[in-house]
Design a protein around this ligand. Sequence first.
Ligand SMILES: [Zn+2]
Length: 450
Amino acid sequence: MSAAKDLLAIVNACVVTVDAVGTIVNDASIVVGADGKIRAIASGAVAHTSPTVIDAKGGIVMPGMINAHTHMGMTLFRGLGDDMNLEDFLGRLMPAEIAVLSHEAVVAGTELGALESLLGGITTALDMYYLPDAALDVAKRSGMRIHCGPNLLESDGPEPLPFAQRMAWANEWLTESSKREQEFSLVNGFDSLNWLSPHSTYLLGEDHLHQISALAKNHGAHIHVHAAETVGEMSLVAKRHGGRTPISVLADTQLLSNAVLAHGVHLNDADIALIAKHGASVTHCPASNYKLASGTARIVELHNQGVNVALGTDGPASGNDLDLWLAMRLAGYVQKTAATDPTVLPALDVLRMATINGARALHIDHLVGSLEVGKFADLVVLDAFSPSLTPVFDPHVAIVAAAGRGDVCHVVVNGQVVVRDRTALTIDAPAIVKRVNELTPAILASVARN
Ligand SMILES: [Zn+2]
C-alpha cells in the first residue's frame, strides 16, 4: 500500500518563516504532508508526491495572519455608525443588532467577514459575537479557523435571555465543545472552541464577572474580553467598580490569567505589571482606536514588560474593515511617532504581532503562526510582480511597510488552498455579497425606528 500523497508543494518561494530568529529561506520549496502539516522547508527543489503545486515565482510566502480580536458578524453593520465616539456608536448599533440578528443573519455577516479575511491573508480569527454556532458553521464551510465562544453581557441582545439562563446556555455550549472539536478536526482540530467572551467590565457587574470566572474555571475555558479601550470606559468602570481600573477588576475576579484583552489603550504602570504577571495578552487594534479617537496604546512599554501583544481589526462596524496590513502599518508608524524614535517596533516585531503573537494569544503557537516543519500549513503567497513589492531588499520591511491586501495571490489553511489566484475557493463570493445586501433594508429600518 502506498503512503498518502502530500497535500501541497510550493516552489520558487522566498519563505519568511517568522520563526524564533526570523529565518528567511530564499529560492525555497515548502512541502505539506497529507496531515496538513509542513514536512519540509528547504532551498531548491524538494522531492514530493503532491498533485497540487503552487509556483510562487520568487515571491514572498509568509504565515497566514491571525486577527486576535474581531466581531466578524458585524460586517452587516459596516458604515452604520461613523464619525462618533464608542458610546454613541454602541447606542446606535445595539438596537439594530437586537432587531435583525438571527442565526442566518450572523452566518451571512460572518461569511462575508471570512471572505474578506481570507482574500486579505487572514487565516485565523478570535471572534466575539452573538450566536457563536453561526460562526462555527462558517468555519466548517470556509476552512477559516474561527475561534469563538459564548458572548456574555448583562443587557439583552438578540438572545433575549436573563443572565442566569445565558450562563446555563454557556455552560451547555462549553460542555459540548469537545464534541465540536472532533467535528472540526479538519479545520479547527485543536483547542479552539473553549472560549468565553465576557464583553467588558463596563457592561458586567462584579457578581456576574465572578460567575463567569467560575464557569471558565470549570471548563478550562480561555477568556476574551474588551478592556481599557476609551476614557469613557475608564470612568464608567471606576464608577461601577469602586474606583478600580478594568485590569484590576479582571484580576480581582480571577479573569485575567492567560486572557486576551482587546484594546488595552488606557493602561497605567500597575495595570501593565498585572497583565505581565498573569500572562495575559493584549490585542492592539490601531485602526479602531484611531478612528474612534480612543487613544494610543502603550505598545512599547507592554513589549518591554514582556507582555505578548497581538494585532486585531476589531469589528468592521468600528474598524471599518478586516485589514491587518493596515493594522501593521498603523501600529508601527504611530508607536514610532509617539516615541519620537523610528527604531522602536522594527518590522519583524510588527510582523510577529500579526502572526506568531496572535497564535500565542490563542494558545496555538505550537501549531500555527510561523512556517516551521511540524506546524500546520497556514500561509500566504504574495504577488511576485507587485509594483509595491519591487525591489525587495528586506522581506520583513516589504511585508510591513509596502504590502497590502491586493498583493495576496494564494492562501492556504491546514494545507488546503482556500484562495487561488485571488479567488476564494470555499466561499461563493457573489452569493454572499448579494445575501448581505438583501439584509440592509431591515437594518436601516431598525435604525430609523430608534
Ligand atoms: Zn471589539
